[in-house]
Design a protein around this ligand. Structure first.
Ligand SMILES: Cc1cc2nc3c(=O)[nH]c(=O)nc-3n(C[C@H](O)[C@H](O)[C@H](O)COP(=O)(O)O)c2cc1C
Length: 210
């Protein structure tokens, strides 16, 4: 059995080496490695009181880069982004001054697309009562992220899927009822280049002891 200090040192090393990877090598990680990530995501906390006895409170959709579903997903995402930009630049948004305020976001959305990564994983969490599925998904994503770091795999969070839980085309592709599950996505692959450790401000300046 590993001593607690050794376990803590390993955990610390994983936490500080976890980074957002946005540039992936074309090399395809094995299915077993992806299954390990899915298992880590499944073992993250879930809101038991909100989802009741459902065994399918959390679902995982693994989309391979060379699959027909990947092409479909690209089209669905492009259509969703176009619709979002259209909405944000529509007359009511302009009249409220929101189009101007959101100019940077709109420019980002215009250029957004799925990353070139061997796998896209879409995580889905059942929307129970109270609705805390997005928080649960963040826990699942963090477990996957840390496991990916420990495994030498790259992870990019794709928050665009958060706004797509009622998108009929996406839910149709995944076989979900629109609105029944909240969604979050991530891209997985081998990092193209090594990433440095995380950089954050000094914790002492951000902590107040009372
Ligand atoms: C709620 C949330 C949403 C995020 N969405 C995205 C995203 O859609 N695409 C992306 O590349 N990174 C996304 N990120 C990653 C952050 O940009 C990243 O964690 C931050 O810049 C710090 O970099 P690091 O992860 O390398 O430490 C998101 C992070 C959080 C917490």
């Amino acid at each position: 059995m590993t001593q607690n200090s050794e376990k803590s040192a390993i955990l610390e090393e994983i936490i500080y080496s976890r980074r957002s990877v946005r540039n992936f090598s074309p090399e395809i990680p094995s299915q077993e490695r992806i299954e390990k990530l899915v298992l880590a995501g499944l073992n993250a906390p879930f809101a038991a009181a909100a989802v009741g006895d459902r065994q399918d409170f959390r679902r995982f959709f693994v989309i391979r880069q060379d699959s027909p579903s990947r092409g479909e997903l690209e089209m669905v995402v492009a259509a969703h982004l176009k619709k979002t930009v259209k909405k944000l630049t529509s007359l009511p948004f302009k009249a409220l001054g929101l189009t101007k305020k959101l100019a940077k976001l709109i420019e980002r959305l215009k250029k957004a697309k799925l990353p070139e990564a061997p796998y896209i994983i879409i995580l889905a969490e059942y929307n129970g009562i109270p609705s805390v599925a997005p928080q649960a998904l963040a826990h699942a994503a963090e477990n996957i992220w840390l496991t990916a770091s420990a495994e030498g795999l790259g992870f990019q969070l794709l928050s665009m899927f958060e706004t797509m839980k009622t998108d009929k085309a996406l839910c149709g592709l995944l076989g979900l009822k629109p609105g029944e599950y909240s969604l979050l996505g991530c891209a997985i692959g081998i990092p193209m280049e090594p990433m440095g450790p995380v950089k954050r401000p000094d914790a002492k300046t951000l902590t107040k002891w009372l």
